[in-house]
Write a protein of this length. Structure first.
Length: 433
């Protein structure tokens, strides 16, 4: 209950996006914009609780489309379902130009379209362009379609079809002299997919700009949530802002994990003042599986994928680069995986899968790979790694997936040198394929 009442506003990012959609100032987001946020840093909340109300206040009609990563979820169907729900909410379904669909059907059958909530997809012969045009005319305001987890649109043919349909709708409703009838905001948390979106000329919206980044939450957030929760706790059972900030850093600056700690220590145990002591004494404030990536997720990787990640972690610690296709690297990976030999194709498949699953990201200009998690790289820099066995043990204990340092927007376009370890990222060279 306490958590649901708390929202940390990001007013500067909201203002920048709203201004860009109106083309106020130097930014022009009228044809679309990409918003990047590291995983687990409040992207969905930002869209639903921050952006949507602000857009309404400025005369827009916001719609949030949630793209799910499950294989059985069709991206185009998710998009159609959101539009259908909006049409039904404003009684606009009967305004659709159903044309041939009306032929030979009674009024009762047509009424089903308006009243049957189970009918979630657009009727046959009705395009997404027609549906969005109808919705925009009915509500009388320009639409802003905010697509959460937009990286999943690039994972299937259906997703690319949805992008093409959105592009057609945007072009039809575009107004070069004022507000367009439709703007699209793509929010995603995978840097490799963002690079693909903005560099592949075959992908719709590839020429759209990158908007303000949702950087990691920091001290202002920890102070705000400390004040919010302390105001609802009994006197004498209050958190120290310093202790909360320490835990926030230890949990990778993830709001969900910080909340879990504060709930268990402050609400359940009534020991909010002891939070710092519990951490300093090394007590398990958080269970392993909840503090870091679950063992199941890590062990779902094949041995070669784990070996590649561990090699990269060792490279971060040593400050050296790894040439994965060199004879020495292949021999080392073979020892770590207890295989006779590592084939080039197998190594490339391992890297590609790690990339797809968000463990690493790739700088296309340099063919270098980096760890997605700044926590992993910080750990690797400060821990003495003497053997693959030691690395495996430490990795299994401390691995955390879902955090990445704040990197400037220009990095994506201009990266041609490896980042220093002060940026908590390290790369190893990949042979041009």
């Amino acid at each position: 209950m306490l958590r649901s009442q708390f929202y940390f506003r990001r007013d500067s990012q909201i203002a920048a996006l709203v201004a860009g959609l109106d083309h106020e100032g130097s930014d022009d987001f009228r044809r679309g914009v990409f918003v990047f946020s590291p995983p687990k840093t409040g992207k969905t909340t930002f869209l639903k609780v921050g952006m949507a109300p602000a857009l309404k206040e400025h005369g827009w009609e916001p719609l949030v489309v949630e793209m799910f990563p499950e294989a059985d979820t069709d991206p185009r169907e998710r998009l159609e379902a959101t539009v259908m729900e909006a049409l039904r909410a404003c009684d606009a379904l009967i305004e659709l130009p159903m044309g041939a669909y009306r032929m030979g059907r009674s009024d009762e059958e047509l009424a089903t379209l308006q009243n049957d909530a189970n009918w979630s997809l657009l009727p046959p012969d009705i395009s997404l362009v027609e549906a969005l045009s109808t919705l925009q005319m009915t509500v009388g305001r320009p639409l802003v379609l905010m697509i959460d987890e937009a990286q999943h649109l690039l994972s299937s043919a259906s997703g690319l079809q949805a992008l093409r349909a959105l592009q057609a709708a945007r072009d039809k409703l575009f107004n070069p002299h004022g507000r367009p009838g439709l703007c699209v905001v793509f929010a995603l948390n995978n840097m490799e997919r963002l690079r693909q979106f903005t560099s592949d000329t075959e992908i719709p919206f590839h020429d759209c700009p990158i908007g303000p980044w949702l950087t990691f939450l920091a001290k202002p957030f920890s102070e705000a949530i400390t004040q919010h929760i302390n105001a609802r706790l009994m006197p004498g059972n209050h958190f120290s802002a310093r202790d909360v900030l320490q835990v926030f850093e230890l949990t990778g600056r993830r709001p969900d994990l910080l909340w879990l700690v504060m709930k268990r220590v402050g609400l359940d145990a009534g020991r909010a003042p002891d939070l710092g002591m519990l951490v300093d004494q090394g007590l398990n404030v958080l269970p392993h599986a909840e503090r870091f990536m679950s063992r199941e997720a890590y062990h779902s990787l094949c041995p070669l994928q784990r070996a590649v990640l561990l090699s990269l972690a060792q490279a971060v610690y040593s400050g050296a680069y790894v040439e994965p296709w060199s004879e020495r690297s292949l021999e080392r990976l073979a020892r770590m995986t207890r295989l006779d030999a590592i084939e080039d194709k197998a190594l490339q498949r391992a890297l590609d899968d790690l990339l797809e699953r968000g463990f690493v990201w790739k700088a296309q200009e340099t063919n270098r790979y980096g760890l997605e998690s700044a926590v992993i790289t910080e750990w690797a820099r400060h821990k003495a790694i003497s053997s693959a066995v030691a690395v495996e043990a430490l990795w299994d204990r401390y691995i955390h997936v879902g955090e990445m340092d704040d990197i400037s927007r220009d990095l994506l376009r201009n990266i041609d040198m490896p980042l220093p370890t002060s940026k908590t990222l390290s790369f190893f060279d990949s042979r041009s394929r």
